[in-house]
Design a protein around this ligand. Structure first.
Ligand code: SF4
Ligand code: SF4
Length: 168
């Protein structure tokens, strides 16, 4: 199994126990939407994705980066900010939003979790035109801005950020 130096398995699509080839073959029937046309996206910083109830899963690399950012150990960071000791996550509350969302911005922008940094290029969103345009109702940045071509979308699916403006 290939691992990045920081422990992120780059062969697997983020959030799925599948390689990119398996994901495209099994879940997209070999016909990825991002292969048929580039996907347009530009974050408007509206904050909707940081205030929508849900869970942000954290990779070991996310935990190390966030802990280092605050100059604490990973266990200290987990106790202070995350839910679940064995498998820590950020819980985004219905009313309060993400605890890191303050004054209408992400206070850990430079070290934000890979799940946040790759949104909306998630496997359940980019695979089909239906899913992409359904998600547009939640994210006003979808369908505007620069074009993300297939190779770049594939890299984002693997959690590889090619450009800083790929992160919101
Ligand atoms: S990613 Fe989408 S929902 Fe989130 S802040 Fe940017 S435009 Fe808004
Ligand atoms: S960590 Fe930052 S980008 Fe992710 S949900 Fe929280 S405020 Fe938003």
């Amino acid at each position: 199994m290939s691992q990045s130096p920081k422990g992120l398995d780059l062969r697997k699509v983020i959030g799925l126990e599948l390689t990119l080839a398996e994901y495209e073959a099994e879940l997209l029937d070999g016909r990825a939407y991002y292969d048929s046309e580039p996907l347009e996206f530009e974050c408007t910083q509206c904050g909707a994705c940081c205030t929508r109830a849900g869970v942000v899963f954290l990779t070991p690399d996310d935990l190390e980066r966030i802990a280092a950012h605050f100059d604490v150990t990973v266990p200290e960071a987990v106790r202070a900010w995350f839910d679940g000791e064995d498998d820590p996550v950020i819980t985004v509350d219905d009313d309060l939003g993400c605890p890191f969302y303050q004054d209408e911005k992400c206070t850990i922008h430079e070290v934000k979790p890979i799940q946040c940094a790759t949104y909306p290029f998630w496997p359940e969103v980019v695979g089909t035109p239906e899913a992409w345009w359904v998600e547009a109702a939640e994210c006003e940045g979808i369908g505007r801005g620069r074009k993300y071509h297939a190779e770049e979308v594939r890299r984002l699916l693997l959690g590889v950020l090619m450009r800083t403006d790929a992160a919101k």
